[in-house]
Ligand binder design. Structure first.
Ligand SMILES: Cc1ncc(C[n+]2csc(CCOP(=O)(O)OP(=O)(O)O)c2C)c(N)n1
Length: 675
């Protein structure tokens, strides 16, 4: 007798054997991996031995075009989606023909054709991506769910809470599976949470949930099939807690000393593969000979695919390719005639366009509206952006024009919403996520710098997400509503960072950001929103990302700046016509326009870099270093920087003035002029 009761339900013998084959394969692969690990032929390995029924049962219960967000113990997801072993082995070997060109470890990769999204090491963020994928299916009115896993330890992450809450509030067909194996590394569940069972959390989010035996592959399969139907019919999420046990260490090197040996004895009786095999044999669905035949077949298959992988040549690093793959390339089909955008000369459309005087804020609204009209697949998300129109009223009226499905109020959860945007991107959607204030991006930071930014380099998937960042000081808003945090992001390969200084650029750059296939941080200085205006072409046009603009030519001093710095420089120039400033507005901070910087340096030989961001670690330091390295012969004086004080931003308006660099600008210009 097996210790488990298997309920075959309506499954035919062929189906039951198919499930067996899918359950056995990852076990046999893992057993082989453990041998190779001992032989030093592979590096780190996270074992899912003992937990296979969850990944296998759930993957088989889904349709092949439903997104799965697997984790580090879910080999069964990859094998049950019938991914060839050779390429998987190459992935683990870190060779070029794996899924990540050798750039990612074991299970940290995805494959869009298999609807598998690559995890990042951080536990939690993958859950929100499932929301985005499910939202995409819902918007397309397709009957598809998305499924994401979490460990018991991972449920303590804020991302777990955010993702479940959003799925419930937005009525998304997402299946969340907790693999409760009793430990998060060495930490037992009683040091992880206080609820009786993790599935109890479902109630708190207003969703249904069930706890099942995660080692019983038929229970997992049948439950998830039923849950899938429920999620689709009711357009609701569902939480499933699968009880299981990890039969190996957290990863092979970490051992299992922290786990009482009685637990191993208990759970080895409940081994998912052996029990299911015995069930099939006892029910005369397979005999021992058939079992052996499958094992022999798999052994041969594994060996031959491994041979192929081991014969793969070592990677010869190609720096050009490494750098080129950080960003997704824009495709020619993006320059559609009706968009009036020529990819070779994206700003061409503006030459003949009538223009209207507009405020900075109106230019941004117009860019969003025109982009929403052009792109059916563009979704706007943010706190209070629908009926209320957003904290700064930039999206006012858009919910009436484009509907609630595309102009979405979000709960207070920056991380989950940026994650959902990335999930939407998997399905070909574009998103704009509005930070209510740029400061609050800190709670969505991980999704941006680790998920959005690295995705294309890691497994070739683009992240079409624009994060709008109302930024900057000067309005007495204190330390958490005034920060210039662009330098947090200019350090991150894979992101683009855009920072317009005038209405025309604001509109053109935002349109360009939305058309860009890469994640873009779009900084909008909120003190400029209503204080400056200018002529803005009425047409739909792009201002190219990565191109600086010479605001004013001059002969004495080069001022390299952006955002409000441009206006401070111009103000100074108007007040002091005796000093001729050459002013360069960077407009994009990542990637920097080095050609324009060089030209600007050459114009005067004296360089002052001005930014509102604090001095230390600001982009000014980077630009200064680059000029020293590449334009030293053009310099007639040391490069100076004018930036905010290295303090948090004070609330009192006099203190804030003292903090900001504007008051120090005249003295630094004179110092440079006199050099
Ligand atoms: C945000 C984050 N913190 C810490 C870690 C390091 N870490 C990797 S796996 C792990 C334990 C995870 O436990 P659990 O979620 O229960 O999953 P299991 O490994 O048991 O399958 C930890 C702490 C991480 N990957 N991500």
């Amino acid at each position: 007798m097996t210790v488990m009761e298997f309920n075959r339900d309506h499954l035919s013998n062929e189906e039951l054997i198919f499930i067996y084959r899918n359950l056995l394969l990852p076990r046999m692969i893992e057993e082989k991996m453990l041998v190779l690990l001992r032989q030093g032929k592979i590096s780190k390995w996270f074992s899912g031995i003992g937990q296979e029924a969850i990944a296998v049962g759930s993957t088989l219960a889904l349709k092949k075009d439903e997104w799965i967000m697997p984790l580090h113990r879910n080999l069964g997801v990859f094998t049950s989606r019938q991914m060839g072993l050779s390429k998987l082995f190459k992935q683990w070997q870190g060779v070029k023909d794996g899924y990540s060109k050798g750039r990612e470890r074991s299970f940290h990769f995805g494959s869009a054709p298999h609807y598998i999204c690559g995890m990042i090491s951080h536990l939690g963020p993958q859950l929100a991506l499932a929301n985005g994928a499910a939202l995409a299916a819902q918007l397309k009115q397709e009957q598809r769910v998305a499924l994401a896993y979490s460990g018991d330890g991972g449920t303590s992450e804020g991302d777990f809470h955010e993702a479940l809450n959003v799925a419930a509030v937005w009525n998304l067909p997402v299946i969340f599976i907790i693999e409760n194996n009793g430990y998060g590394l060495s930490t037992p569940t009683n040091e992880q949470f206080r609820c009786e069972q993790l599935v109890d959390k479902a109630k708190g989010y207003g969703m249904e949930g069930v706890r099942i035996d995660g080692n019983n592959v038929l229970d997992v399969f049948n439950t998830i099939k039923g849950v899938r139907d429920y999620c689709l019919e009711h357009q609701r999420p569902y939480l499933i807690e699968c009880m299981t046990f990890r039969m190996r260490g957290h990863e092979e090197a970490s051992g299992t000393k922290y786990v009482p040996s009685a637990l191993f004895e208990e759970w080895s009786q409940k081994d998912p593969v052996m029990n299911y095999e015995q069930f099939l044999v006892q029910q005369n669905i397979m005999d021992q000979t058939a079992v052996e035949a499958i094992r022999t077949e798999f052994r041969a298959y594994i060996e031959s695919e491994l041979k192929d992988a081991f014969e793969s040549p070592d990677i010869q690093p190609d720096t050009t390719e490494e750098l080129a793959d950080v960003y997704a390339k824009r495709h020619l089909q993006d320059s559609l005639p009706e968009n009036n955008i020529n990819i070779e000369d994206p700003a061409a459309g503006i030459h003949n366009s009538p223009a209207t005087e507009k405020r900075f804020i109106d230019a941004i609204s117009e860019a969003l509206t025109q982009s929403m009209e052009r792109h059916d697949n563009l979704i706007l998300m943010g706190q209070d952006i629908a009926e209320y129109g957003g904290a700064f009223k930039i999206t006012e009226g858009m919910v009436e024009q484009f509907g609630k499905a595309r102009v979405r109020n979000t709960p207070l959860c920056e991380s989950a919403i940026i994650g959902a945007a990335l999930g939407l991107s998997l399905e070909g959607y574009k998103s704009m996520v509005e930070m209510q204030f740029a400061d609050f991006v800190s709670v969505g930071f991980n999704q941006i710098v680790n998920n959005l930014a690295k995705m294309h380099y890691r497994w070739g998937q683009s992240a079409q997400v624009v994060v709008r960042m109302p930024t900057g000081a000067g309005v007495g808003a204190g330390p958490f509503h005034s920060q210039s945090n662009e330098a947090w992001f200019t350090h991150v390969p894979g992101l683009k960072v855009v920072y317009p200084a005038n209405p025309q650029d604001a509109k053109g750059l935002l349109i360009a950001a939305i058309n860009d296939p890469n994640p873009v941080l779009f900084f909008e200085h909120k003190a400029l929103y209503r204080s400056i205006s200018g002529l803005v072409p009425n047409t739909y046009y792009e201002t190219p990302i990565g191109k600086a603009a010479t605001v004013k030519r001059g002969t004495d001093i080069t001022l390299i700046t952006y955002g409000s710095g441009v206006h401070w420089a111009m103000e100074y120039q108007q007040a002091h016509p005796e000093i001729s400033l050459h002013i360069l507005d960077l407009r994009t901070l990542l990637p920097l326009d080095y050609g324009a910087i060089r030209e600007a340096v050459a114009a005067t030989g004296k360089v002052l870099i001005l930014h509102e961001d604090t001095l230390t670690g600001g982009i000014g330091g980077e630009i200064s270093a680059w000029i020293s390295e590449h334009c030293f012969e053009l310099l007639d004086a040391p490069i100076l920087r004018c930036a905010s004080l290295d303090t948090p931003i004070p609330f009192n308006i006099q203190l804030e003035k003292n903090f900001l660099p504007k008051n120090r600008l005249p003295q630094l210009i004179r110092q440079l002029h006199n050099y």
